[in-house]
Design a protein around this ligand. Structure first.
Ligand code: GDP
Length: 362
């Protein structure tokens, strides 16, 4: 599955966020193939389009697509040197595909801050430093190993070592690889190393209820993110935790009272999805209307493979209706009548919102 690790210093609101994400959660019985560990939450993608499709098709079942969030607790300064649960923590991050970095942007005298003062810049630098040092460790080992291989004249090894030699000082300064000026080709060559500071990263600014505006802590996070070209999602984890406890009706009332259109959590989930470069397509049958996840740029057979590998292997054609056409034309028949039903081949690049029916050989 696609996942996003939640990192941050202690007491910044990670667990509060994680619990809210999983409570808003999904009936795990619907996903028998997923092993759910205590720190892994399967979170449904909020997508109003699914409800619109269901209104038209009236299926027996409606299933959202999901993504995983992983609560990675235990990072303290010195983790890269094995302090605290350091090594465990770093190994957990290595397995995630993107990083949501929670930053404390709220005052609360009852909640101790590890460094005794709220200072988002230092907090962010502390975490980034640990990640950079972990990557430096990886680089140092790889250089050592490659130094021997390079002597045999191996071209790939020579090229890789040249890049590693170049990024080593950058990491040694505690800077993330995202700011090392690597081009796409170089990033591809480094892929197998699983560098932590090359993972797509977003900042979750955990603010108080009244901290969305005129909040100097939030300003600092925005500033840092702008320097890195990263996304910031301001959210009040405390409120989100409360919202997640409510049933559907109470939730609507609560949001209304707060003047919120949707839970802030939905913004977090969507941002995570975008960070991973993902998009959604739909299948819309009378048995089941369902959302599926593919990466942006996926071909029709790749999208079919998300449902079942046999769909990909035996792929013949995809019957495609764009979401907007499906909805405005009242479903498949209406879309067909209006000439908006397409038969696409194996090179078709799936578009976000496509309603697809696959034809395949078994
Ligand atoms: P973690 O160590 O990063 O997982 O932090 P927790 O989620 O356990 O939160 C630490 C403490 O901060 C808890 O007592 C939370 O209730 C509190 N907290 C979390 N988010 C907020 C928030 O948005 N505002 C306020 N005032 N307190 C919060």
């Amino acid at each position: 599955g696609f996942n996003c690790g939640i990192v941050g210093l202690p007491n910044v609101g990670k667990s509060t966020l994680f619990n809210a994400l999983t409570k808003s959660g999904i009936d795990a019985e619907n996903f028998p193939f997923c092993t759910i560990e205590p720190n892994v939450g399967i979170v449904p993608m909020p997508d109003p389009r699914l409800d619109r499709l269901a209104e038209i098709v009236r299926p027996q079942k409606v299933l959202p697509t999901t993504m995983e969030f992983v609560d990675i607790a235990g990072l303290v300064a010195g983790a890269s040197k094995g302090e605290g649960l350091g090594n465990q923590f770093l190994a957990n991050i290595r397995e995630t595909q993107a990083i949501a970095h929670v930053v404390r942007c709220f005052d609360n005298d009852n909640v101790i801050h590890v460094a005794n003062q709220i200072d988002p810049r230092t907090d962010i630098e502390t975490i980034n430093l640990e990640l950079a040092l972990a990557d430096l460790d990886t680089v140092d080992r790889a250089i050592q190993r490659l130094t021997r291989v390079v002597k045999s004249g191996d071209k790939d090894a020579i090229a890789t070592k040249a890049i590693l030699d170049r990024i080593q000082p950058h990491l040694a300064e505690g800077l993330p690889l995202r700011s090392a000026g690597l081009d796409d080709d170089e990033k591809r060559q480094l892929k197998s190393f699983g560098f932590l500071t090359l993972k797509p990263t977003m900042y979750i600014a955990n603010v108080n209820e009244d901290g969305f505006e005129a909040n100097p802590y939030l300003d600092v996070v925005n500033e840092i993110a702008a320097e890195e070209g990263a996304v910031v999602v301001p959210v009040c984890n405390q409120i989100e935790a409360e919202i997640a406890e409510l049933d559907e009706e109470e939730r609507a009332m609560f949001l209304d009272e707060m003047g919120m259109e949707e839970p802030g959590l939905d913004r977090v989930i969507r941002a995570g999805y975008a960070l991973l470069g993902l998009q959604t397509y739909f299948t819309a049958g009378v048995k089941e209307v369902r959302a599926w996840t593919v990466r942006v740029g996926a071909t029709a057979p790749e999208a079919a493979g998300v449902i079942h590998t046999d769909f990909q292997k035996g792929f013949i054609r995809a019957e495609v209706i764009a979401y907007d056409d499906f909805v405005t034309l009242g479903g498949e028949q209406g879309a067909k009548d209006a000439g908006k039903w397409r038969l696409e081949g194996k090179d078709y690049i799936v578009q976000d919102g496509d309603v697809i029916h696959f034809r395949f050989n078994v």
